[in-house]
Design a protein around this ligand. Structure first.
Ligand code: ATP
Length: 878
């Protein structure tokens, strides 16, 4: 049996039950039920049960199981059971956190599903790629991703990169012609395949297979296996925790050995060692980062920035260069034609004389050498072209009708290197090549000029006049297009034919800067970030807009693509800081700019929308694609997608990134401080126990479990949700090489840990006094009760302190509701332990009178009071 590529297009369409008008909506519904969604299967995900089991692989959990066994062996079954129950609760919480994180990644993925243009019921429309089905007629052009395997029906200068499938990195030409022989995928030149990129030209095809049935689906059933990749920050924290754990285990063995040597009591020695291990290992560290980063990426999505890879969130905060496109990102991309220049005169766009040859040609070129269209309310295509169509409509010219009347027999699509496009149309029996594009580029191919119906040779003076007019528009920040034409004999255009043109006229368009751009640029500069503009537009237009929004200030340099090309790497490195605008650049220049900045150790965020921007987007530390106007290829290559195409969103994202990093740092600081204070207490009491056996173990295993669950995780997560402010923009970007735990952080961890440990020890010693004379029954003692409760409460208070470097008087005690909730939950549970005798018994807590409770409260609150006072002194007047 012949394959689709060996058959004529008509036969393929018939066989697939489709038509040139595409499928009908009822047929689409039927097929979607039959074939399912157009998706590639993801790698096997761990089941919820598997995730649950994984929670027990943790070192601490294993130690606690040992503690439960020892408790059981010494006859204390109650403790064993409580430990096991709490471990199971802990595992359930861990599982739900992991599942939540997965869900949030999935929902973010959903937001970045590519769009596809299809023809259904004879109407061209845009749909999610997942809804494409077999028999759909799909249209694509440079910049699109192919969403399904399809047989090509029409192709014009079509080139496709199939490297995902074939490994071949060069784009291949595609045609309509039947391939007679049986050939491998790479040679099926009339087919396009899922996950290929259209790099040039355009085409139409009928879908032959979707989802898992496509070539790429067949190669690998597990193509997009759920990424378990850890971020650099997670890896460094993992390493840190691992080293710390090893150190702690060694310390535990030493403590156990010494203790056993002195006391000869195995169970007590083991409990001291276990207390140390459980108190010291910061097992919540790694999961805190995952949770905070996943919350952060949800927040980014709300602010219109979708992080494709959650791990890039932390890089965002160190961005020091933002290289942005102009059109649409810094400007509104809402274009309207402002002036028309025809027959050497400037006229109002409403006053084009369609009976004049130049007016006629201008209108034809605007509407016909144009791929965009308006469908009821939907404007599909390039805003530059939409502006031209809208002007045409003012004259009663509907683009679809005009295009049906004047057949387009060949075309040379727009590309951002040539900067113009041409189509070959039959107009009133005459074959004309209509060209529109960047005036300066167009003039290089122009030999004649049309004035008042007469064509004559273009003189030097004409060129000067046209360029003067062009510059006058550009000075005002207007976008200028030039128009030209030529008569043509053949039926097929090639790039060599774009010469010997006759100049017709110019149009200028307003594309006002976005209102937020100026403020966002100002914020970026304040935050030590250099914003630069990289645009395909004219130098003068670019500078004018850059000046309006503050990217360009006096003394800065504006260079164009040609100048950049002529510069050596050394020259570029020398001038780099001064250049704030790159104009008339081609996409390949962008990668050079990224490289030059990266060579200076800068972290570069770079925006791009075109197909040719992909390499620069990949090279940038944060590649930023445009959600609305960006090509699918650019989205595929980027790390972040802006759903509003707005420069201000980049600055917002960086702010969120910086705050997120600060939150992670604060959460880690909170965890390490708490753990360190517990370590100090355990070590001190172990040493004291050498001399006198009345110094009991300060924390029971079950108590440590409570500390880990309640006073570790809850406040740490709450700290991770700190809203953050623009205050982070007052600092210079973080050096990405700088570790998250700097010397300064370590110092404050140690100081704060000592302060908390002193309070806990004070309570412990008071407890020892209270224990004196009473008979200690079983495991419960006042010493342990005091130490445990003061540490718990003390840490809950400390949770407020760790929210910021600044004192609470500056940020407000109640400004982060989550910290308040975490505190209240902790306090409620502690109250349960104190006031419900059955629970007190379980946790080895002695009955307390009012005075004792007050003592505990005061001792728990003192460290935070002291730490806050220090902060207030340090930040007073700032
Ligand atoms: P940016 O890179 O900031 O988005 P841009 O959109 O102006 O800027 P390009 O799309 O590469 O960059 O356009 C470069 C030039 O090509 C424009 O200045 C304009 O003269 C011309 N041009 C843009 N769009 C079209 C089009 N659809 N048809 C013909 N010429 C165009």
């Amino acid at each position: 049996m012949k394959s689709f590529y060996q058959k004529e297009t008509d036969d393929v369409i018939k066989e697939l039950g489709s038509s040139v008008d595409g499928l009908t909506s009822s047929e689409v519904t039927k097929r979607q039920e039959q074939y399912g969604l157009n998706e590639l299967l993801e790698g096997e995900r761990a089941s919820a049960f598997q995730i649950f089991l994984d929670q027990f692989k943790d070192l601490i959990v294993i130690i606690l199981i040992i503690a439960a066994l020892i408790s059981g062996a010494t006859g204390d079954f109650e403790s064993s059971i409580v430990i096991i129950v709490v471990l199971i609760i802990n595992a359930i919480l861990g599982t739900s956190q992991t599942l939540n994180a997965q869900r949030s990644v999935d929902s973010l993925k959903q937001l970045s599903v590519p769009k596809v243009k299809v023809v259904r019921d004879g109407v061209k429309q845009e749909i999610d790629s997942t809804h494409v089905t077999v028999g759909d007629i799909v249209d694509f052009e440079a910049g699109d991703m192919i969403a399904a395997d399809a047989r090509i029906l029409e192709a014009s200068s079509l080139q496709v990169n199939e490297s995902a499938l074939t490994g071949e990195s060069h784009a291949v030409d595609k045609f309509v012609d039947v391939v007679a022989d049986e050939v491998v995928v790479g040679d099926q030149t009339n087919m396009v395949f899922t996950s290929s990129q259209v790099t040039y030209g355009k085409g139409r095809a009928v879908v032959t297979s979707i989802g898992q049935e496509t070539e790429i689906g067949k190669i690998s059933a597990l193509l997009q296996g759920a990424s378990s990749g850890k971020s650099p920050l997670q890896r460094s924290i993992d390493d840190f925790s691992k080293n710390l754990s090893i150190g702690i285990i060694i310390l535990c063995i030493v403590v156990f050995g010494l203790n056993f040597a002195v006391s000869h009591n195995f169970a007590s020695a083991a409990m001291f060692a276990i207390a140390l291990a459980v108190a010291a290992v910061p097992e919540a560290l790694a999961s805190i980062i995952t949770i905070v980063e996943s919350l952060g990426s949800q927040k980014l999505a709300q602010e219109n920035a979708i992080m494709k890879d959650i791990n890039s969130v932390e890089t965002l905060g160190s961005v020091s260069i933002i290289a942005s496109d102009k059109t649409g990102t810094l400007t509104q991309n809402k274009m309207t034609v402002n002036d028309v220049y025809l027959n050497e005169t400037l006229i109002n766009p409403d006053k084009i004389d369609l009976s004049d040859r130049a007016g006629q040609l201008l209108m034809h070129t605007m509407v016909l050498a144009n791929d965009s269209f308006i469908n009821e309310d939907q404007k599909v295509g390039d805003p530059t072209e939409i502006a031209l169509i809208e002007l045409g409509r003012k004259y009663g010219i509907i683009e679809q009708e005009a295009r049906a009347n004047y057949t387009r027999i060949s075309e040379l699509p727009f590309d951002s290197v040539r900067k113009f496009m041409s189509t070959l149309q039959v107009i009133e029996g005459e074959k004309l090549m209509l060209t529109k594009g960047a005036t300066d580029e167009l003039l290089k191919q122009t030999s004649h000029i049309l004035i008042n119906g007469q064509v004559r040779e273009l003189t030097q003076e004409d060129t000067v006049n046209i360029l003067e007019q062009n510059n006058a528009f550009a000075e005002e920040g207007l976008r200028v297009l030039g128009y030209a034409y030529r008569t043509f004999e053949g039926d097929e255009l090639s790039l060599e034919d774009e010469k010997g043109l006759t100049f017709v006229g110019l149009t200028s368009m307003i594309d006002p800067p976005r209102e937020e751009s100026k403020d966002a640029v100002h914020k970026a500069i304040k935050a030590g970030i250099k914003p630069i503009m990289i645009t395909g537009d004219h130098v003068v237009t670019a500078r004018s807009i850059a000046r309006k929004i503050g990217i360009f200030s006096e003394g800065d340099m504006v260079i164009d693509g040609l100048t950049l090309e002529a510069m050596s790497d050394e020259e570029l490195a020398r001038d780099l800081e001064k250049i704030s605008v790159y104009a008339r650049v081609a996409p390949e220049h962008k990668i050079r700019i990224v490289n030059a900045w990266q060579a200076k150790g800068k972290i570069v965020g770079m925006s791009g929308d075109g197909v040719n921007d992909a390499p620069a987007l990949k090279q940038a530390d944060i590649g930023i694609a445009m959600g609305i106007t960006g090509s699918e290829v650019s989205k595929d290559a980027s790390d972040m997608i802006l759903t509003d195409d707005n420069f201000a969103t980049i600055v917002k994202a960086v702010t969120i990134g910086r705050n997120l990093f600060a939150n992670i740092k604060n959460a880690i600081k909170y965890l390490l401080t708490g753990n360190s204070s517990a370590i100090i207490v355990v070590i001190l009491t172990t040493l004291m126990a050498f001399f006198d056996s009345k110094f009991v173990v300060p924390f029971l295993a079950i108590q440590l479990l409570f500390i880990n669950l309640v006073t570790d995780s809850l406040p740490a997560i709450a700290i991770g949700t700190e809203a953050g402010t623009d205050a982070v923009l007052d600092e210079a970007p973080r050096d990405p090489k700088e570790p998250i735990l700097t010397k300064a952080t370590f110092t404050s961890v140690v100081i704060e840990a000592i302060i908390i440990a002193v309070a806990v020890m004070a309570g412990y010693l008071l407890g020892i006094q209270a224990d004196h004379g009473i008979e200690v029954v079983g495991k419960a003692s006042y010493a342990t009760t005091y130490a445990f409760l003061i540490l718990c409460l003390g840490r809950l208070f400390h949770g407020f302190s760790c929210r910021s470097e600044l004192p609470l008087s500056k940020i407000g005690v109640f400004s982060n509701k989550n910290t308040v909730y975490a505190f209240l939950v902790g306090v409620a549970l502690i109250a349960l332990i104190i006031f419900v005798p059955a629970v007190s018994g379980m946790f080895g807590v002695m009955p307390l009178d009012f005075g004792q409770i007050l003592t505990i409260l005061v001792l728990a609150f003192l460290p935070t009071l002291l730490i806050q006072s220090i902060k207030m002194i340090r930040y007073s007047g700032k």
